[in-house]
Design a protein around this ligand. Structure first.
Ligand code: FES
Ligand SMILES: [Fe+2]
Length: 326
């Protein structure tokens, strides 16, 4: 496996990682995904339960999404029609009297804020931390459009920790994201697997610079939930980076905007006032601005840090070590 140049850790970090948006997984459908160097399928049973499992049937190794079917709460393999339950137990063999005591490997998944979270760990099959706490964005106060408020960047060359380190990197906001001046770290708090950086930021707007604040929570290294407030605007950005291989990831941004009280929940983003449509687009665009840098840089394990950079980067790198085996 190709290690990212300079990155000091091997393997995949532990934590909850986004493997898609809930509405990509329709009841009765089986979707193939490759993450963490594993071929996976995600399927939704007829009752609506979402399941992640190995893509390969334990009988003779057929790929379950290639001709497989969902029947009730089970997945049926295309090759010899063995059936497996949502918990991975063998439920039926059409040409045998008894089932076998074998397991289709399944993985913990959760859904919140319309995002599917997958537990990856090198030490514990059961989750040892909570999935990102993002249910609050489902309230009527927030708006999200399943098309206009999301963006996926597939198979990009980076490791999740580089994206996590962005939340303590104040100076780059001026040079990469065209903030009016670099952000400053007002506070850092660490609570187990959650790292919070509170930034004082100056956002650009049509009316000139606006001072604001952002609260950026990194859930493990794979997800950064940012709550931003500037002027009358409130924006929540959930940015999630999921390894495919050691040096390649899918990155997903999901934006929720706080609706001003006078605006009723619109049917889609096209019904929002233009300035709010622009707000969504500019936040998605800003996620893209780091990509040419990440995709071509090396990871510097001993960076030359100055001034405000020192506190944030040293704390984050020390905190992040807990997610790796080596
Ligand atoms: S390989 Fe799946 S039933 Fe035989
Ligand atoms: Fe950035």
């Amino acid at each position: 496996m190709t290690q990212f140049p300079g990155f000091p850790h091997r393997g995949f970090p532990e934590g909850w990682f986004s493997v898609g948006w809930s509405d990509e997984f329709k009841s009765g459908a089986i979707e193939y995904r490759r993450y963490f160097g594993i071929d996976l399928v995600l399927f939704r049973t007829e009752s609506g339960r979402l399941v992640a499992s190995s893509a390969y049937c334990p009988h003779m190794g057929a790929r379950l999404d290639v001709g497989g079917k969902i029947s009730g709460e089970c997945i049926t393999c295309p090759f010899h029609r063995w059936q497996w339950t949502a918990d991975g137990d063998n439920a039926n063999i059409p040409y045998a009297d008894k089932t076998v005591n074998a397991k289709l490997r399944t993985y913990p998944v959760k859904e919140s804020a319309g995002i599917v979270w997958f537990w990856n760990s090198w030490r514990s099959e059961e989750p040892t931390s909570d999935a990102p706490d993002c249910d609050f964005v489902m309230s009527e106060e927030y708006f999200h459009d399943p098309v206009a408020s999301r963006r996926l960047w597939s198979n990009v060359r980076l490791v999740p920790q580089m994206v996590a380190e962005n939340i303590v990197d104040g100076p780059h906001t001026e040079f990469v994201h065209l903030a009016d001046e670099g952000a400053h770290i007002a506070n850092i708090e660490i609570d187990g697997t959650v790292f919070l950086s509170e930034l004082d930021q100056t956002y650009r707007s049509g009316k000139g610079p606006i001072k604001g604040k952002s609260f950026n929570y990194s859930y493990g290294v794979g997800t950064q939930l940012s709550k931003m407030q500037f002027g009358d605007y409130r924006v929540v950005n959930i940015l999630s980076t999921t390894p495919i291989e050691e040096d390649r990831c899918d990155m997903r941004a999901t934006i929720f905007i706080g609706l001003p009280v006078e605006i009723e929940q619109p049917r889609s983003a096209a019904y929002l006032p233009p300035k709010l449509q622009k707000l969504i687009k500019s936040h998605l665009d800003s996620q893209e601005q780091d990509l040419p840098i990440w995709e071509t840089m090396i990871y510097e394990p001993k960076p030359l840090l100055v001034g405000e950079e020192i506190r944030g980067h040293v704390k984050m790198r020390k905190w992040a070590k807990q997610f790796y085996e080596a």
